[in-house]
Design a protein. Structure first.
Lengths: 412, 70
């Protein structure tokens, strides 16, 4: 033993050897350990220090910031956790410890869901999810606040939709982490910054799809209350269609994805073009209507004026004179015709009267039964029926057959 | 019509709609209607031009409330 004392290792060498042994033990490189949290500390560096213990033993744990920010549960003293990591040595402190990279509550997600359900009921009872308090979204938000990570695909999706749909907008990105332990306070600050420093018309709080753990910040009570307190209306677009977080319940409008949130926030530029075209057409139609009404009124006035024109009045009078003239001619013609008719009738009467006076002197007229006058003996044949008319009446007679000749002769 | 070129899309569109309503009532004197109609046509053209030329702008809100280019 003494011989070997000269070969004593330095503390550093020993520690390095211990470290080497630990790090070469495969299952210590990738281990889950369950225990109760104590001595929890989280200094400004962002690293997390705590001790995990059970009734008989304890182990120091550290989680560096780059892992810490990706966690969705923050260890609390007394909490039972399952911690994943590797065992190694902190040489300067002379201690072995667990370098943690992931936490799970001892009950797994089951515990978290129970907590979430409890929180949801509590916030619901407080009225944070009431439909009546949800504000309408502005129809044409000129300034759009976006609360998300600058590097995330979600922000690219939002930009893409807005470029195609409503490029008139000014986007104000309020950058934040969207997962990990730091995320809730950052999201809260990002929302508050937009409310304090800007006059954006609407805020989109979004994050792309991921595991339920990745989305857990949007179930955080602080985030929910910040959304509720926002003066500016908020649209949530977290995860995929199937994901629902408390942020969705409290937001003024819930969209299923970041792209959908950008779409729901804005009108389509095609509709705006259409609206301008419509207004321009309406302008034209109303103006044409107006001009047509004016020209109709003008035509009416011209007609009214023409009626009062002296020239028109004179020619009207002249026309009436002409009409009277024509009527006068017609009256004259009728009058003359009546005179002629009356004259003819007088003449006929006169003729009759002069014949009567001859008959009274004893002459007779011989006529055929149809009234035609027989003025010569040769006009009748023997046996023919004739009428003889005296001044006071008439008789019919038959021309004799045998004595006819004598009679005729005697007459001659 | 330099004043029209200075208008934002919203301002121009809103004024255009007002003009349409005014002309629709037909209460204005004709010469004023004609003037409004001319202005309305320019406003509509201005709106279309702004819509055609629009490009999404992005700014970043810093912790101190200042804005910077994204």
């Amino acid at each position: 033993m003494l011989d070997t004392s000269e070969n004593a290792l330095s503390v550093s060498d020993l520690t390095a050897q211990i470290r080497y042994v630990l790090e070469q033990t495969p299952h210590l490189e990738d281990v889950w350990v369950a225990g109760e949290v104590s001595n929890m500390s989280r200094p400004a560096s962002g690293h997390i220090y705590f001790t995990l213990k059970d009734s008989a033993a304890q182990i120091k744990c550290v989680m560096f910031k780059n892992s810490a920010i990706r966690q969705y549960v923050e260890p609390q003293n007394g909490q039972r956790l399952r911690v994943h990591g590797r065992v190694s040595v902190y040489e300067a402190g002379g201690q072995y410890q667990l370098y943690a990279d992931q936490f799970q509550t001892a009950g797994g997600m089951g515990d978290l869901y129970v907590q979430l359900e409890r929180l949801k009921l509590q916030l619901e009872a407080e009225g944070l999810f009431d439909g009546e308090r949800k504000r309408p979204l502005p129809p044409q938000p000129r300034k759009i606040g976006v609360v998300t990570s600058p590097d995330a695909a979600a922000f690219q999706d939002v930009q893409k939709v807005l470029r195609g749909r409503f490029p008139l907008a000014l986007v104000i990105l309020s950058p934040t982490l969207v997962q990990g332990l730091e995320a809730p306070t950052q999201i809260v600050r990002a929302i508050e910054r937009l409310n304090s420093y800007t006059d954006v018309d609407v805020i989109i709080v979004c994050r792309g799809g991921g595991s339920i753990e990745d989305l857990w910040s949007f179930n955080d009570e602080r985030v929910v209350r910040a959304i509720f307190a926002s003066r500016i209306p908020i649209i949530s677009g977290v995860g995929h269609e199937t994901d629902t977080t408390l942020a969705d319940f409290v937001a003024d409008h819930r969209s299923p994805t970041p792209s959908a949130a950008a779409l729901d926030a804005t009108p389509d530029i095609g509709d705006l073009h259409e609206a301008v075209r419509y207004a321009a057409t309406a302008l034209k139609v109303f103006m044409e209507d107006r001009l047509m009404a004016e020209s109709r009124d003008l035509a009416q006035l011209k007609t009214d004026l023409a009626r009062r024109d002296p020239q028109t009045m004179i020619s009207g009078a002249r026309q009436r004179v002409d009409e009277l003239h024509i009527r006068l001619g017609q009256v004259q013609t009728r009058y003359l015709r009546r005179l002629r008719e009356r004259l003819a009738s007088r003449i006929s009467t006169l003729n009759t009267v002069s014949a009567e006076s001859v008959l009274k002197r004893g002459y007779t007229l011989v006529t055929r039964p149809d009234g035609t006058l027989i003025t010569r003996s040769q006009q009748v044949k023997d046996g023919e029926l004739v009428a003889i008319r005296w001044h006071d009446g008439q008789h019919s007679a038959r021309i004799g057959e045998d004595s006819g000749g004598r009679y005729k002769r005697s007459l001659l | 019509m330099d004043d029209i070129n200075a208008l934002s899309y919203e301002q121009a569109y809103s004024e255009l709609n007002d003009l349409v309503a005014k002309i629709e009532t037909g209460d204005l004197p004709l010469d004023e209607s004609v003037k409004l109609y001319e202005r309305g046509r320019l406003l509509a053209a201005h709106c279309q031009k702004l819509l055609d030329a629009a490009e999404l702008r992005i700014q970043r809100l810093n912790d101190d409330g200042g804005l910077s280019a994204f």
